[in-house]
Design a protein around this ligand. Sequence first.
Ligand SMILES: [Cu+2]
Length: 332
Amino acid sequence: MKVPKLSLVLFGLCSATVLIFAGCQQPNENANTTATTTATPPGAQSLTVIPRPQKIVDLMKARGEQDDAKPTLKIAMPAKNATINGSTVDVKLDLSGDLKGYLPHKDPATGKGNHIHVILDNQPYEAYYELNQPFELRNVTEGKHTLRVFASRPWHESYKNDGNFQMVDFTVKGGGDASKPTTTKDGQTMASPIKSPAAKSETGKSATASASTTAAREGKDYAPSKAGNVDPTKPLLTYSRPKGEYKGEDSDPIMIDFWLSNAKLQSGGGQYRVRYSIDGGDAKFLDKWEPIWLSGWIAGKHTVKLELVDKDGNPVDNGGYNSTTREITVTR
Ligand SMILES: [Cu+2]
C-alpha cells in the first residue's frame, strides 16, 4: 500500500495538466474562422460503408425510369479555348440524349431536384438547376480556367454514362481581382471577394434571400483559382461529393461520389483504383465506379480526400485534379 501514494500524486499532476490544456483551448474555439483545420482526428469515429439508403431506393422507384437515363451534356458556352472579357462568365449547356424524363429543375417547395454539377478549376461544384438561362460564374480571376459539368440527381449522385461529362478550357481577360471587390463602373460594390451569402446554392438557406435582390439567374461568386495543367485525354478523377454542410437527417450516412474520365477501375477490368481517406485516417480503396455511403459520422469538421492511383497505389497526376481534399461540416 505504499505504491499508490506516488501514483496518486502522478495522477493528480496529469489531471491538472489535462485541465490546464482543456482550459487553454476553449477561447480558441470561436476566435476566428481562418484558423487551421481542426478536423476530427482519426480514431474518434468509426465509419462503415452501408448499402444505398432505403430513402433513396424509394425515391428512385418514385422517379420511374429517370435513373436509367443516359444524358448527353455539352458545354455550349464558354466555347473551347474562348477568351472572355470581364469577370463574369456565362455558362450555357445543351442537354440531350436518352433522358427518360430527366430534367434539371428545383422544386420550390423542397428546394431539391435534378441538377447539373458545375466545377470551376478544382473548386467545390455548384448546382445548376434551370438550364433555360445561363449560369453565371462571377468574380472569376484573370487567366486560364477549366470548367467541368455533369448531370446529377436530387441526392447529388451523378449519371455515369458516356457523354454525361464535358470539360473545356477558357481564358479570362480583365477578370476579378482577388484582393478587391467586384464593382460597377460608378464604384458600387457588386460582389465581394469574400463569399457572398447570396451565392450559397443548394444547401444554403439564403438561396431565397438572393432571389429578391438580383435577377433570377443562377450563379456563384468564385474564390480565386487557376486552371490545373490538365490533359483531357489522360485519366482524370473529378471530385463531386461530399461537400459543404450536412445537417440533421442528411448528416448520416454521407455519400462519396466522383466522375472518372479515361480510366477504368479494377472491377471494370481496368488498372486504376480510387483511394479515399477521412480525417487523414487509413486509406481505403474503391474498385467500382459507383457511390458509397458512409455511416457513423460524429458532429464537427471532417476532411475527405479522394485520389486516383494505379494498381501499385502510386498517385496518377493530371494537373493536380486527381488528388482533392475537401472539408465538410456535420451538424446535428
Ligand atoms: Cu448536387
